[in-house]
Design a protein around this ligand. Structure first.
Ligand SMILES: NC(=O)c1ccc[n+]([C@@H]2O[C@H](COP(=O)([O-])OP(=O)(O)OC[C@H]3O[C@@H](n4cnc5c(N)ncnc54)[C@H](OP(=O)(O)O)[C@@H]3O)[C@@H](O)[C@H]2O)c1
Length: 325
């Protein structure tokens, strides 16, 4: 088969479409013939040599895919050859074929284009596991989503709204109309406006009950300031750095909490539990049309370098897909 390889870490030109060995399904795994994968921020770091795949994961980038099951390994039940699926991957999605632990497979939700389904697994699993399972967002609460126009952000806006929360977002102004269409009640241009003041103004001084943060260090103090009493801040990205001072006094006065999580390196059984939760709680919302894949554009997998340049520029809204056909 062919896959996007990274012979030497570097810029987008480091991505090379090359002949590589076909994957075999190990015990508990299936092989998926890939229709599409999607670019995630982490892929840019992996290309630069800063985010190596976890032990045992395929060497090629790609944290999710959609496609058709073409082979089934030992001890796999409930899946058949020829079935259309999408999957959460620890790597290897930028390829014509990938071996996937069966616990990380999801059916293509009814009503979703099988190519566009590649836009769902990573964002659905990340957002659901953090905003719902960990932070326990409840109907009537306020969710602040940083980077509302990102793949993660566009999904979080829709899921928060579908769960009955009021969703506020930070994003550059050009993305605000699209984010309001997706369900954001209030958009904040983080380049021009102070999001702490905006959140206070939009919530009548209450603050955000849950914050999904992708900036890390540069937003930590302001995030704590923007939290409501009993608020939950979940950090999933460190685009603004990894080390910052935390004012525990501010946190304890609000009885608030800060958590940080990563999906890719979780143990297999934990990932399988997240995938089951997504299938049970999120897929019905997708099938009802309340949460949709947001696809900025599709590019051939051979143009992965162009896709990385686009994502690096942040000019996209939602996901950039890479297709094999
Ligand atoms: N921990 C995990 O398990 C996990 C899993 C998946 C993703 N993530 C993280 O989640 C983040 C989003 O991932 P993605 O693949 O969806 O990213 P993406 O589509 O590449 O989007 C990155 C976003 O960052 C926004 N941004 C840049 N500077 C900002 C700032 N100062 N304030 C607010 N937003 C800002 C950009 O929006 P503008 O154009 O509006 O600036 C852009 O939409 C990344 O940091 C990624 O590493 C973590």
């Amino acid at each position: 088969m062919r896959a996007i390889t990274i012979p030497e870490p570097g810029g987008p030109e480091a991505l090379v479409w090359a002949e590589v060995p076909d994957p075999e399904p190990g015990p508990g795994e299936v092989v998926v013939d890939v229709r599409a994968s999607a670019v995630n921020r982490a892929d840019l770091l992996q290309r630069q040599g800063h985010y190596p795949p976890p032990p045992g994961a395929p060497a090629y980038p790609g944290l999710e895919c959609s496609g058709v099951i073409s082979a089934i390994g030992r001890d796999v039940t409930g899946w058949t050859v020829g079935q259309e699926v999408c999957a959460l991957l620890a790597g290897g999605g930028y390829a014509e074929r990938v071996a996937v632990p069966a616990g990380q497979l999801l059916p293509v939700p009814a009503g979703v284009d099988p190519v566009d389904a590649a836009a769902l697994p990573e964002v659905a699993c990340t957002v659901w596991s953090n905003v719902v399972r960990l932070a326990r967002l409840a109907a009537g609460e306020t969710l602040l989503v940083h980077g509302g126009g990102s793949g993660i952000g566009t999904f979080a806006v829709q899921l928060g709204r579908a769960l009955g929360a009021t969703v506020l977002v930070t994003a550059r102004a050009a993305k605000h109309d699209r984010l309001r269409e997706l369900g954001a009640a209030h958009t904040i241009d983080y380049r021009e406006q102070d999001f702490v003041e905006e959140v206070a103004g939009a919530t009548g001084g209450h603050g955000a009950d849950v914050i999904l943060d992708i900036m890390g260090a540069s937003y930590l103090g302001r995030n704590v300031a923007a939290l409501a009493d009993g608020g939950r801040l979940v950090v999933i990205g460190m685009q603004g750095g990894r080390k910052a001072e935390l004012d525990l006094g501010a946190l304890l006065a609000k009885r608030a909490s800060v958590a940080a999580t990563a999906l890719r390196s979780r143990p297999l059984d934990d990932k399988a539990a997240i995938v089951r939760g997504v299938r049970e709680e999120v897929w019905p919302l997708v099938e009802a049309g309340k949460v949709r894949p947001v696809v900025d554009r599709r590019l051939p997998m051979t143009d992965a370098a162009q896709a990385h340049r686009l994502v690096e520029s942040n000019d996209h809204v939602g996901k950039v897909l890479l297709t094999t056909a």
